[in-house]
Design a protein around this ligand. Structure first.
Ligand SMILES: Nc1ncnc2c1ncn2[C@@H]1O[C@H](COP(=O)(O)OP(=O)(O)OP(=O)(O)O)[C@@H](O)[C@H]1O
Ligand SMILES: [Mg+2]
Length: 154
């Protein structure tokens, strides 16, 4: 994915909480976060720790079956929504639209909500003009490397 590199992190499960904190401190101004990586790369695990850092009270789990999980957190005294989306089981953009994915992205671009998307490759056309592309890959069984790029499309 082409884009300006905003952040590079490597972490284990011992340091992932700190990685999540650094991630949010640096990237909290963004709304749409596309998490790319193979099965078991650690997308859901990272999102879980990010939600912990944001003090989300709702149960954070993989939305593989529900496709959309909604959580809430408080930011500067205001409620903000997190849409945790998993596009793995979607076949294409049409299915994604029918499942309500475009609505979540529009909401994230027009309200203080954010979208955290696993398997964004399944419906790339739904991504907005500007988003973060986050690739996660293994360095070793316990270590992951994350690269965050700012993608702007014409
Ligand atoms: N540094 C690490 N960061 C994240 N996960 C790790 C790390 N080290 C080991 N793991 C393990 O790797 C697995 C990652 O699974 P996870 O469900 O987060 O992957 P995923 O990318 O969401 O996969 P899927 O595409 O199936 O949704 C977990 O079992 C986790 O404990
Ligand atoms: Mg997952």
């Amino acid at each position: 994915m082409e884009g300006e590199v905003l952040l590079r992190l490597s972490y284990t499960l011992d340091t992932i909480a700190d990685a999540a904190k650094q991630f949010w401190q640096q990237l909290h101004g963004h709304r749409v976060f596309a998490f790319s990586g193979e099965m078991g790369a650690g997308k859901t695990t990272f999102i879980h720790y990010l939600c912990d850092y944001l003090q989300v009270q709702d149960a954070v789990s993989s939305p593989t079956f529900a496709l959309i999980n909604e959580y809430h957190f408080t930011d500067a005294g205001k409620d903000r929504t997190i849409y945790h989306l998993d596009w793995y089981r979607l076949r294409d953009t049409t299915e994604a639209i029918n499942a309500g994915m475009e609505d979540c992205i529009i909401t994230a671009n027009t309200t203080p909500a954010i979208c955290l998307i696993e398997w964004p490759e399944k419906a790339m056309e739904l991504l907005p003009r500007q988003y973060l592309w986050i690739s996660i890959g293994p360095i070793s069984p316990s270590e992951r490397e994350m690269t965050v790029k700012l993608v702007r499309t014409a």
